[in-house]
Design a protein around this ligand. Structure first.
Ligand SMILES: NC(=O)c1ccc[n+]([C@@H]2O[C@H](COP(=O)([O-])OP(=O)(O)OC[C@H]3O[C@@H](n4cnc5c(N)ncnc54)[C@H](OP(=O)(O)O)[C@@H]3O)[C@@H](O)[C@H]2O)c1
Length: 349
């Protein structure tokens, strides 16, 4: 049994880590950290977990206390835990980072997308961008895992199989993502506050959304040349769920059967990918994945324009965050990839 500390354990992602890790046979949460809940029991922040974790209380962030655990999940906002991560690395701890602090490979990209001079360019090289369906092999045995963003996860999974073939043009990929309000974390601000969001459907960050950089990075790696991506997220009033519709143009005639073969081959070793392609249902729905680590995926081909669209529906807090983090850690530790994660979605949700 390995021991786990969660930084940002009182947040939404922290809460999902706590919920999911209850089912894990090889990991035990022994430390939980927060700022506003210090000294309080877990159920003060997460009333749905009342009765579990009876002996745990939130602590103030402290290196000595974090080092009591073998593995650290960082579920803090971007930049808050960056220096701590560097210190933890010096102590040889396994770090699963859910923030964006170490996702991009090149320091100059942090200047472009996050407006910061990255203080640890050497560490960027060491972190593995951990999207198991794309780079399972490179995660094995690693101690520094950077977990993709939720919108990036959905967008990449929707279209990645096509970027291992030559059937699409790669001049421009258009990623349209719809995402629920829990994406913004539990502290409300004007755009995420319930009265502002309920009943609303609107785009945000129509240019320069940070997750675009991750999608470009991964699709370019798969295609072995520069791929330009344009990603526009849309805020929905659902609490959970991220749905990506990613459009490309085919440069040759391709049938839906060809697409089915490409997707099925690409994801054949992936226990959390469900290809949704039957005579009755041909597109995924976030309603069918909520609460689970599954990504429901499909595709369509428009004959008149030669457009091909890949679709992916995930729960942003599970496959888009906590579940994916545990999945990646399982692979890194040499455990079953689905250990602790075979939990069916909620329906109705
Ligand atoms: N939400 C999603 O769908 C999603 C998906 C993928 C990745 N992520 C990433 O996961 C991370 C957590 O997201 P979230 O949605 O869980 O955010 P959240 O609900 O706002 O939680 C943030 C957590 O960080 C703690 N925190 C903030 N500032 C702190 C400080 N200075 N010192 C100590 N603790 C501090 C908060 O503690 P208090 O309770 O004391 O404030 C809380 O536990 C972020 O980096 C986010 O980008 C989120």
């Amino acid at each position: 049994m390995k021991t786990v500390a969660i930084l940002g354990a009182s947040g939404y992602v922290g809460g999902e880590l706590l919920r999911l890790l209850l089912f894990h046979k090889e990991l035990e949460v022994v430390k939980v950290f927060s700022k506003n809940y210090v000294g309080k029991p877990v159920h003060e922040a997460h009333p749905h977990l009342r009765g579990f974790y009876k002996n745990l209380k939130f602590e103030d962030l402290s290196l000595d206390s974090i080092l009591k655990a073998d593995i650290v999940f960082n579920a803090l906002p971007h930049l808050v835990g960056m220096h701590l991560t560097a210190q933890l690395h010096e102590h040889g701890v396994t770090i699963v980072d859910l923030s964006a602090d170490f996702r991009l490979k090149k320091a100059e990209l942090y200047k472009t997308w996050y407006g910061i001079e990255h203080p640890y360019p050497d560490l960027l090289e060491k972190f593995v961008y951990s999207l198991p369906e794309i780079n399972r092999e490179s995660i094995k045995g690693k101690k520094l895992l950077s977990i993709p963003g939720c919108n990036s996860t959905a967008a990449i999974l929707a279209i990645a199989p096509l970027f291992t073939t030559d059937i699409v043009k790669n001049e421009l990929v258009i990623a349209d993502v719809k995402v629920g309000s829990s994406e913004s974390g539990r502290t409300p601000y004007e755009g995420s506050h319930h009265p502002e969001r309920e009943g609303s459907l609107r785009p945000y960050s129509p240019e320069g959304h940070r997750h675009q950089a991750e999608v470009e990075m991964i699709l370019s790696e798969l295609r072995k040349t520069t791929v330009n991506v344009s990603l526009v997220p849309h805020a929905t009033s659902a609490v959970r769920g991220s749905l990506a519709s990613v459009h490309v143009l085919a440069n040759k005639d391709v049938s839906e059967k060809d697409l089915w073969i490409i997707y099925a081959r690409f994801y054949r070793e992936s226990p959390f990918i469900r290809i949704v392609y039957s005579s009755k249902i041909k597109v995924p729905d976030t309603k069918n994945v909520v609460g689970s680590n599954f990504a429901d995926i499909s595709f369509s081909k428009d004959k008149t324009t030669n457009r091909v669209t890949g679709f992916a529906a995930i729960d942003n807090l599970v496959k888009g965050a906590a579940g994916q983090a545990i999945q990646a850690l399982n692979i890194a530790l040499g455990l079953r990839e689905d250990e602790g994660l075979l939990i069916p979605p909620l329906k109705p949700s």
